[in-house]
Design a protein around this ligand. Structure first.
Ligand code: ZN
Length: 200
């Protein structure tokens, strides 16, 4: 009888130990998996989040570049852009060749988006293309430029846009100089110029 009791007690102990081990194991798995799930959920929320700001601009988290989008209504854009700027930036127009103020600028500095101020091109990559539009062989940062394809004049061209406000900038062609071989043909009215500090 005593022996039987000992056997039963041992079995009970073994069973309890086994159960608690199992419990630990499953809680272990839970700790390992739950942060990943939370991270994924947080990322999705961030991507779709529209944050209204004090200046009335709705900023939309960009899905690919991490750049917060600037979204405004046509009326809001018309309030901050002149007619020519609105025509080019928001209606994908093209300025007359050789008409742009920034075409002949040779100073060192950064060319920014006229609509939202994002840095788009550096003077280091500007070159004389002879086309009548400011030309660059490389963006300031790849993620600041978005591309789209258009057939507006009957053949395929790659449209270049500001990645933050989706403003139309111009087109990119594959006949540029080294090192990239690219020619970003940009409307002057789509740009602002910030001279580097210390330059006249
Ligand atoms: Zn912009």
């Amino acid at each position: 009888m005593k022996n039987i009791l000992i056997v039963i007690t041992t079995l009970l102990l073994a069973f309890t130990a086994c159960k608690s081990n199992k419990g630990e194991l499953s809680s272990d798995v839970k700790t390992k998996t739950s942060p990943t799930k939370e991270m994924v959920e947080t990322t999705i929320i961030d991507e779709e989040q529209v944050v209204p700001t004090n200046d009335g601009i709705k900023r939309l988290q960009s899905k690919s570049s991490g750049i917060k989008k600037v979204v405004k209504s046509p009326a809001e854009w018309k309030a901050v852009l002149n007619e020519k700027e609105y025509y080019v930036l928001r209606e994908k127009g093209t300025e007359r060749a050789h008409s742009g103020d920034l075409l002949t600028v040779k100073q060192e500095g950064i060319y920014t988006c006229k609509a939202c101020g994002l840095e788009l091109f550096s003077s280091d990559t500007k070159f004389k293309s002879g086309t009548g539009w400011p030309s660059f062989y490389e963006p300031y940062k790849d993620q600041h430029i978005a591309e789209d394809v258009d057939f507006n004049i009957g053949y395929k061209r790659v449209e270049v846009l500001c990645a933050r406000c989706d403003g139309h900038l111009g087109h990119v062609f594959e006949d540029g100089p080294k090192p990239t071989g690219l020619r970003y043909c940009i409307n002057s009215v789509s740009l602002d110029f910030l001279p580097a500090e210390g330059t006249p």
